[in-house]
Design a protein around this ligand. Structure first.
Ligand code: HEC
Length: 105
C-alpha cells in the first residue's frame, strides 16, 4: 500500500511559455534594423508603417504578402526605391513584424 507521488511537470511548462514572449514587435523591428528606413508615422527611405497599414487594411492575404516582401525585398509599390532582402529575418519573425505593422494606426 504505497502512496503514488505523481508530480506534474510544471517547470517544463513554464519554460515553454517564457520562450514564446521573446520580443515585442517594435524592439524586433529595431533589432532587425527596419527602423533605419521606416518609422511608424513618417516616410524615411521606405513608407511609414501607418501608410502601409492603411493601404492594406481589410486585405485578407496582406500578412502573407508582407512576410514575403520583408524577407525577399522588392520595389514598385511605393516608388522606385527598392527594399533590400532581409535574409537575417526568419519567417516567424517576418510574420510577427507583418502582423504588428498592419496593426499600426
Ligand atoms: C534600406 C532601407 C530599408 C530597410 C532596411 C527596410 N525597408 Fe521596408 N521598405 C523600404 C522601401 C524603399 C520600401 C518600398 C518598396 C516598394 O515601393 O515596393 C519598403 C517597403 C516595406 C513594406 C511595404 C511593402 C509593400 O509591398 O507595400 C513593409 C511591410 C516593409 N518595408 C517592412 C520592413 C521590415 C519589417 C523591415 C526590417 C526587417 C524593413 N522593411 C527594412 C526600405 C527598407
Amino acid at each position: 500500500m504505497k502512496a503514488l507521488h505523481a508530480l506534474p511537470a510544471l517547470p517544463a511548462l513554464a519554460a515553454l511559455l517564457a520562450a514564446g514572449a521573446a520580443w515585442a514587435s517594435p524592439e524586433l523591428a529595431q533589432q532587425k534594423t527596419c527602423m533605419a528606413c521606416h518609422a511608424v508615422d513618417r516616410k524615411i527611405v521606405g513608407p511609414s508603417y501607418k501608410d502601409v497599414a492603411a493601404k492594406y487594411a481589410g486585405q485578407k492575404d496582406a500578412v502573407d504578402k508582407m512576410v514575403e516582401k520583408i524577407i525577399k525585398g522588392g520595389a514598385g509599390v511605393w516608388g522606385a526605391v527598392p527594399m533590400p532582402a532581409n535574409p537575417r529575418v526568419s519567417p516567424a519573425e517576418a510574420r510577427q513584424l507583418a502582423v504588428w505593422i498592419l496593426s499600426v494606426k
